[in-house]
Structure formats: structure tokens, C-alpha cells
Design a protein around this ligand. Sequence first.
Ligand code: PNS
Length: 166
Amino acid sequence: MTHTVVVPGSFDPVTLGHLDVIARAAALFDEVVVAVGVNASKRRLFSAEERMDLLRRACADLPSVRVAGFEGLVTGFCAEIGAQAIVKGLRTAQDYEYELPMAHMNTRLTGVTTLFLPTSPEHAFVSSSLVKEVAAFGGDTSAFLPAFVHEALVARLAERSAGGGS
Ligand code: PNS
């Protein structure tokens, strides 16, 4: 039996913390599907296609990892592709408190199990939102992102500020 797990998220954009969790999931399971939430109502810095493209480049050296978009419930996506489990990285106790009710709800909905992987300590404070905030105020975020993601972030923020957008 092939063991397929889903690593869901917004990935706006993918960080080294995400990649740490994805790589460790890839070492444990046959196939990892990185599932990018495509929820049109949420405002993102990068479009769904851009977020998936950055992820594909970032995971290029992990042959058992593929990237897909999903709409609606993550449980529906897991059922559609026959995934046995959802894998989530945990940085802090707050992450656990946020994730636990969702894990229970998802199990209740379709029986899918959520597995929590602790993020490596060096990435425990890294989040896409924090990285975007630091970068927006001119801070150096290159230590937290693959080089091409860092370039894309700096370019997107420059475009936004030149265009007068937020
Ligand atoms: O990186 P994020 O923002 O924490 O990712 C959030 C995401 C996309 C994983 C989450 O919002 C999600 O799973 N959305 C789909 C809707 C859903 O299934 N919600 C959980 C109900 S218990």
C-alpha cells in the first residue's frame, strides 16, 4: 500500500520552515502532496499559481513530493487523492492549540488523521506572515527563504510600493 500524506497550507510564500517539514514528511512516507489552499476570498501577496510555482522549484530535489492546489475543505482533497493523513508542522504551543481542533474536526468529518511534526528549532520562529512584515519594512529575510523565493518577495514588495498598493 502506498502511503500518501498531504501537507496543506497557504505558502504565501514558502519558507525554509515549510521545506523542513515537507522534507521530513518525504523521508517518512511514499508520497507527499503539498496542497496549496486556493481560497479566492483571502488576500495574498502571491497568486495561487505563483505560490505553487515557487513550491515546485523549492521541492525540485524531492522526487516523491508533488504540489497541487485545492479549493474547499482539506478533507475533501485528501479523500479525492486517497491520502491517509495530513501532516502539519508545529512551531509553538500556540500552533498546537490552533491546529488541534482542526485535526479533530477533520477526523470527525472523514476519518483522516493529522500527524504533527515539530519544526526544527532553527525555524521555530519563521512564518510567511512574519517574513513578509520584516521584508516590507526593509529587513533582510534571506536567511529564512530559498534564494529565488527571497528574490521574488523583494521584487513583489518593490512592485507593490512602486504601484502605491499595500
Ligand atoms: O498556512 P495556513 O494559512 O495555516 O494554511 C491554512 C490552510 C489552507 C491549511 C487551511 O486554511 C485549510 O485547510 N483550509 C481549507 C478549509 C478547511 O479544510 N479548513 C479546516 C476545517 S477544520
